[in-house]
Design a protein around this ligand. Structure first.
Ligand SMILES: NC(=O)c1ccc[n+]([C@@H]2O[C@H](COP(=O)([O-])OP(=O)(O)OC[C@H]3O[C@@H](n4cnc5c(N)ncnc54)[C@H](O)[C@@H]3O)[C@@H](O)[C@H]2O)c1
Ligand SMILES: N[C@@H](CCO)C(=O)O
Length: 778
């Protein structure tokens, strides 16, 4: 069975609440998996302070820091397991041992620092046991042995066989032992390193680093609002970022994975449902672009290029170093804090050419570095930045100046070098009436969309078949390709495909009429997918589900457009949003909201069979796939609910009163079953029409929402109206939306035009897609 390794950092274990969240994640893991833990919260920093007080013989300080450690750990253990627990007693023994050693000058630094991880592993394993999960804690000093600064990989692989296959294995990060059993530490970011080492030793299929960021971004998301979270990056680019000092992944963490198929995943333990970023073998991810700021660096020119010396210096500094080959010279960039050490390491073999400069590194696909360097140079100079150095190499470029890059300059650079280059992957679901036309229009529309951002069709779906290609589907032949090559697929396969798509942006365009497909929307959001829907089911789903979806999309900065779900191509949703955004308050919306029912109302007369007209409307592509969705009034009810929610009203579908334009007897079975009883429909409609005619009226199916009444009026149904009424004189198939608001109180705002039909609806979906591309490219 393949095993997985999960690593939780200090921030994920900083409080009892966070332990609880971690335990919840661990509940989902399989026995045999390993969990590597760091010290809780700031425990390592506190232990370092303790060591420093001890080292400086500050006895008072030692006492104070020990009290601090005790307070934090005792509170944590008490809250999770109680102060009578074995873990609590064990912790007190440890603290007493530390005090005693400090008192008689026998403290060792590594032994002291190891306690943070030991306490975390013990506490988490016992807490998992309390939750009914079998778990054992392991002291990694028994698993990882280091001799002369080198890990003994073969021996360690054998030692790691001790992990249990019928339990979760909670292993301390950061620490190992030397050959005689003394504690050694693995340096800063040591726990991440422990996790990837363990992954290699137990031949895991993946190592997941759970941290407080959502994954690896194109740049620091705290500084650039539009930073793009990448789903996949290559090991090579991750190494490059680490060498340039990007803090998300340390170069050391990545070394055990080199040339292996072990997948490294960075995820947020604060948002355990979201995908993070996968670091995968080079050929499994497209090259991405990144901006990483460089703060306070020194630049040395080496008198001769000596790779061994650079490697040795990296080990001494415990920091990866990035050499640059510039016109036959080797330059070395180092954080200024290491400047003196570098100078004394190289002596006369290195000359300091720049000190304490700052700037930015651009990591990119090979081949574009020099052009990116020129664009960045021009932009920074326009921002009045004096450049002290600018170089490009294979896969990256560096620009250095006197000032640290502020968030606004970094955002401008990001905009120009990264945002505009993000591709949008498009999945179209529902190749029916509207979907077919949408696809044929997409071919013509592509050039326009591509001026905003590169768009690629990657998936076409029908109810049980799909054509999926992450590299892109040729548009001109997409329909034929689908007919010939679509394969049976399940929703799980579709979700997996979407999850793995390696694109900056993704969108699912739902042109189905499927409720079950709409139920996948939260999954789409979890995998960072925007949504465009002509389908009305999600917009009219049960309020709790709908609000959760909205919340998730907001949290993840995802967009959802559904303009064609009401009024087909008419800009009704735009208008309502716009009015509200400009401070207006909408009080009433009424009119004819169904193209099908408008067409039927206008074309019906007592000398015609209503059922014949319904079949005709179906053939024209006006009706829902099952025309009873229209005749029952349900489709109009949905449209009114979508508009009501657009106004911020928390209504459910059944809060809208409804009367049908068909007899109840037709509701059972399929549309074909209903057609077999068409005379029931014809008689039902004829009787209603006769009643209306006697009063000099005609029948129209109307909707009405009035927020000024108490309770609110929300109803859809047949109404007998004068033949001269606005709703009665509509062109067959047209909708009319009569909007009253504070500003349009007496003289209503009216939107009128075709409310159904393949072309207008497909064009409306294009309008949403254009809007989305525009938003993403801003
Ligand atoms: N026809 C119109 O004038 C109009 C106007 C506005 C909105 N709409 C909406 O557009 C949608 C499509 O309407 P249509 O007339 O094209 O319907 P249609 O029945 O012709 O096409 C629907 C397509 O969706 C596919 N499908 C069904 N379930 C699916 C699933 N689970 N996964 C993937 N594909 C699935 C079907 O195979 C079919 O190809 C409906 O939601 C409708 O309400 C239609
Ligand atoms: N059947 C629907 C299609 C548009 O949603 C109508 O006629 O209005």
């Amino acid at each position: 069975m393949t095993k997985q390794v999960y690593k939780f950092g200090g921030s994920s274990l900083s409080s009892a609440k966070r332990y609880h969240a971690v335990a919840n994640i661990c509940q989902q893991l399989a026995y045999g998996d390993a969990i590597v833990v760091s010290a809780a919260g700031k425990t390592t920093d506190t232990l370092v302070r303790l060591w420093s007080c001890y080292h400086n013989q500050d006895h008072k300080g030692v006492g104070e820091v020990i009290a601090l450690l005790k307070d934090h750990q005792c509170a944590l253990v008490s809250e999770l397991l109680g102060d009578k627990s074995e873990v609590y007693a064990h912790f007190i023994d440890d603290i007493n041992a530390i005090s005693q050693r400090a008192g008689c000058a026998e403290l060792e630094q590594a032994w002291l620092l190891a306690h943070g991880e030991l306490w975390s592993a013990r506490l988490l394993a016992h807490y998992l046991n309390k939750q009914g999960v079998a778990a054992t804690h392991f002291d990694s000093r028994k698993l990882f042995v280091v001799a002369q600064n080198n890990l003994k990989h073969q021996e360690n692989t054998a030692r790691c066989q001790a992990l249990k296959s019928d339990q979760l294995n909670v292993v301390t990060g950061f620490i190992a032992s030397d050959e005689v059993g003394n504690t050694v530490t693995l340096g800063r970011n040591g726990s991440d390193y422990s996790a990837t080492l363990l992954g290699k030793y137990i031949n895991a299929s993946s190592v997941t680093i759970w941290t407080d960021t959502q994954g690896v971004y194109s740049t620091d998301p705290r500084k650039v609002e539009k930073a793009v979270k990448y789903n996949k990056i290559s090991q090579q680019q991750a190494q490059q970022l680490a060498r340039l000092g990007n803090p998300v992944l340390h170069a050391k963490t990545l070394t055990p994975l080199k040339d292996s198929d072990i997948k490294l995943v960075v995820r947020s333990s604060y948002d355990s449902h979201s995908d993070g970023t996968q670091v995968v073998a080079n050929e499994q991810a497209k090259a991405k672009r990144f901006l990483t700021t460089l703060a306070s660096v020194d630049v040395f020119q080496l008198t001769h290029n000596n790779k061994d010396s650079i490697r040795e210096l990296s080990i001494i500094l415990q920091h990866p170093l990035q050499p640059l080959e510039v016109e036959g010279n080797t330059l070395l960039l180092v954080p200024s804090q290491f400047g003196e050490q570098v100078a004394s390491y190289y002596l006369q073999d290195a000359v300091l050419i720049e000190s304490n400069v700052s700037g930015v590194a651009i990591v990119s696909e090979a081949g574009s570095e020099s052009q990116l360097l020129e664009s960045a140079k021009a932009l920074l100079e326009k921002q009045s930045m004096t450049l002290r150095g600018a170089w490009s190499q294979n896969g990256f470029a560096i620009l250095l100046g006197d000032q640290l890059l502020e968030s606004d300059t970094l955002s401008l650079l990001h905009e120009e070098l990264i945002t505009a280059k993000q591709e949008l992957a498009v999945i179209v679901a529902g190749i029916g009436n509207v979907g077919e036309v949408f696809l044929s229009q997409l071919n013509d529309q592509l050039a326009r969309l591509n001026t905003l951002l590169p768009v690629k069709l990657v998936g076409l779906l029908r109810s049980s078949t799909s054509l999926l290609n992450g590299q892109g589907i040729e548009l001109a032949t997409a329909s034929a390709n689908f007919k010939n090559n679509a394969k049976a697929s399940s929703p799980e396969q579709i979700i997996e495909f979407i999850k793995e798509l390696d694109y900056g942006h993704k969108v699912v365009i739902d042109i189905t009429a499927s409720e079950s497909f709409s139920k996948l929307y939260p999954e789409f959001a979890l995998h960072d997918c925007h949504i465009i829907s002509a389908n009305k089911y999600a917009g009219t789903a049960e309020l709790n589900w709908y609000e959760n979806l909205r919340r998730l999309q907001t949290e993840k900065n995802l967009l959802w457009r559904y303009n064609t779900s009401v009024g087909a191509g008419l800009p009704i949703n735009f208008a309502l949003k716009d009015l509200q955004n400009s401070g207006d308050k909408i009080t009433k919306i009424s009119g004819v909201f169904s193209g099908t029912l408008s067409w039927l109302g206008a074309n019906y007369s007592l000398d015609k069979k209503f059922s014949d007209l319904v079949e005709q409307a179906r053939e024209l592509g006006f009706t829902e796939p099952d025309p009873r969705e229209d005749l029952s009034g349900r489709d109009v009810q949905r449209k009114l609910l979508i508009l009501a929610r657009e106004l911020g009203l928390s209504l459910e579908l059944d809060d809208i009163e409804l009367s049908a334009w068909m007899p109840n007897e037709l509701a059972e079975g399929s549309w074909q079953d209903a057609l077999a009883k068409r005379e029931l429909l014809d008689t039902f409609v004829e009787e209603l029409a006769l009643d209306a005619q006697r009063e000099g009226n005609t029948l129209r199916y109307v909707a009405e929402l009035d927020t000024t009444t108490s309770p609110i009026t929300a109803k859809v149904g047949l109404k007998a109206v004068a033949p001269s009424a606005a709703v009665a004189t509509l062109t067959p198939g047209d909708n009319i939306f009569v909007i009253n608001s504070v500003w349009y109180a007496d003289n209503a705002l009216i939107i009128q035009g075709p409310g159904a039909g393949r072309e207008v609806t497909a064009a409306g979906v294009h309008s949403d897609l254009y809007w989305l591309c525009h938003k993403l490219s801003e």
